[in-house]
Design a protein around this ligand. Structure first.
Ligand SMILES: [Zn+2]
Length: 202
């Protein structure tokens, strides 16, 4: 099956980035990237891309409102997020080609393309330090949230000596003892203590 060149769903991080940059350029926007130290599976360079475009008659300096649109905080989910950004850019391109661009109210839109480029290129949610960037918001003065429930689950999840049936039985026992909400919260709420565990915060 051949792939249409205007398809917003891309097959790799690089293809998604190239599609993003070319649309930003066609819209007359500015593009810059922030390189990250980790490499992709093919040892290629990775970066966070920032595309800025201005709508309305006056350009960047007088734009009254700013919209920030980000994709790929959860790495692999960047395939969907990038597609959303490419689709929005395609709609704006259509408006521009129809001569409607300068009629739009003054707006600046900053698209951040693939916040976690490493996760997207390696098809995983976390970054190269196993940090889940979407579980990483500590409010000033609040300290680190407790992850007691996770600690209890970690021993079960990460024990590779278990057979699948032992693993399921242990998990089932925990579910019966603590309840579904406790286990779900422990699993998905994030944690600070186990670098090799799930949903690590830093
Ligand atoms: Zn997510």
């Amino acid at each position: 099956m051949t792939k249409k060149s205007d398809d917003v769903f891309c097959e790799s991080w690089l293809q998604a980035r190239q599609s993003f940059v070319s649309r930003i350029q066609k819209l007359g926007g500015t593009y810059e990237s922030i390189g990250i130290s980790s490499k992709g599976p093919d040892q290629g360079e990775l970066s966070i891309g920032i595309g800025t475009i201005s709508l309305g008659p006056h350009g960047l300096t007088t734009s009254g409102n700013l919209l920030l649109h980000i994709s790929g905080v959860h790495g692999v989910e960047g395939f969907a997020g990038s597609a959303a950004q490419l689709q929005i850019l395609d709609e704006l391109l259509k408006q521009k080609n129809d001569g409607l661009f300068s009629d739009l109210p003054a707006r600046t839109i900053v698209f951040v393309h693939t916040v976690n480029a490493f996760g997207m290129s390696w098809l995983r949610r976390n970054n190269s330090n196993n940090v889940d960037l979407n579980r990483n918001a500590i409010m000033p003065g609040h300290g680190m949230p407790s992850s007691r429930a996770y600690a209890e689950i970690h021993g079960i999840l990460m024990d590779r000596t278990f057979t699948r049936i032992t693993w399921l039985l242990r998990l089932l026992r925990l579910l019966l003892k603590r309840g579904k909400n406790y286990v779900m919260q422990g699993l998905s709420g994030g944690q600070y203590e186990s670098p090799d565990g799930f949903f690590l915060w830093r």
